[in-house]
Design a binder for this molecule. Structure first.
Ligand code: 13P
Ligand code: SF4
Length: 311
């Protein structure tokens, strides 16, 4: 099917089935075009919690669809490709994480939303990149904290909040770990007036040279309000589609990865979601996310605690 026909068929199916498409900023441009809502992880969780659609199709990765199902158990949640995972979520195995938590009684567990539902069920409060600092700051100053699974975000939160008692799980995202400080500085020489916008999943030396660090939505918002004309964007390049759309006249330069041969920093998982797969997913109502009810309820508690705190 042609792209335009696929888009029409998707729109028809959405209407027929009272379905909503929620998309993350890292998906393909044409996928973002058929979405009813595009957002960062926090905004997507809120939208999943509040929608009155019968079907939520998640144009994103598995942990995002799982989060939607945790918050909307009565709804059908679809992920068009079950292979759309996340290297960061994979870097935190629930069995190993449970051993770590058990070995540290008295610690409050704060986990990044990029985790499996089983890890969320072992967590006291979930956070996202847009509220991690506020969530940690909401805890008493002397609270003993386990932060997982992203070591870069964890170290960033630790340095901003000045928390002494924070144990950080050693996980990372393969996309954000790939950026090269050297190549970003070379770009900065080429574009001396460009501001550097960076996602907190990047390594510390890159965060230190950045003008703004934040979630995907926060980076977009910064670019919209700021008066610079050029930006070097250090996160997955899918976000550039909305940046260019919402800030016409500004120049957005995707930061290159360390390995020049590899060319770009696409998240291979996000890019698995295509229009063809969305069409098939809506038509056949595949692949449905199902969860163990006990695990779901535990995970719901930790996600709701975050949503309450970041109202
Ligand atoms: P955001 O919550 O900033 O959108 O990040 C999600 C993510 O997967 C980053 O890699
Ligand atoms: Fe996961 Fe990294 Fe892809 Fe985000 S960019 S979904 S953290 S693998």
């Amino acid at each position: 099917m042609e792209v335009s026909q696929l888009k029409q068929e998707i729109a028809k199916l959405k209407k027929e089935k009272n379905a909503i498409i929620l998309s993350h900023y890292y998906t393909r441009d044409e996928v973002q075009e058929v979405a009813d809502f595009i957002g960062d992880s926090l905004a997507l969780s809120r939208k999943a919690e509040n929608t009155d659609a019968d079907i939520i199709l998640f144009a994103g990765v598995h942990f995002m669809a799982e989060t939607a199902k945790v918050l909307s158990p009565e709804k059908k949640v679809l992920l068009p490709d079950l292979e759309a995972g996340c290297s960061l979520a994979d870097s935190c195995n629930a069995v190993e994480f449970e051993k770590f938590v058990m070995a540290h009684p008295g610690y409050t567990v704060v986990s990044y939303v990029n985790t499996t539902v089983e890890v969320k069920a072992l967590t006291d409060i979930i956070c996202t990149s847009s509220n991690a600092i506020d969530i940690v700051n909401s805890l008493p100053a002397d609270e003993k904290i386990i932060f997982g699974p992203d070591r870069n975000l964890g170290n960033y939160v630790k340095s901003v909040t000045g928390r002494e008692n924070m144990l950080i799980w050693d996980g990372a995202c393969h996309v954000h770990e790939q950026f090269s400080l050297e190549r970003i500085l070379e770009l900065k020489k080429e574009y001396p007036n460009a501001k550097i916008l960076t996602h907190p999943e990047c390594k510390k030396p890159i965060l230190l040279v950045s003008d703004h660090v934040g979630s995907t939505a926060a980076l977009l918002d910064f670019a919209k309000k700021d008066d610079a004309e050029e930006y070097i964007v250090v996160t997955e390049p899918g976000i550039l589609y909305q940046m260019r759309k919402e800030c016409p006249g500004k120049k957005f330069i995707p930061a290159p990865p360390t390995d020049a041969a590899c060319g770009c920093n696409d998240c291979n998982f996000m890019k698995l979601i295509t229009l063809e797969k969305i069409y098939r997913s809506l038509k056949e109502e595949i692949y449905e996310i199902t969860l163990d009810e006990e695990i779901r309820q535990k995970a719901e508690k930790s996600i709701k605690r975050m949503l309450e705190l970041s109202k």
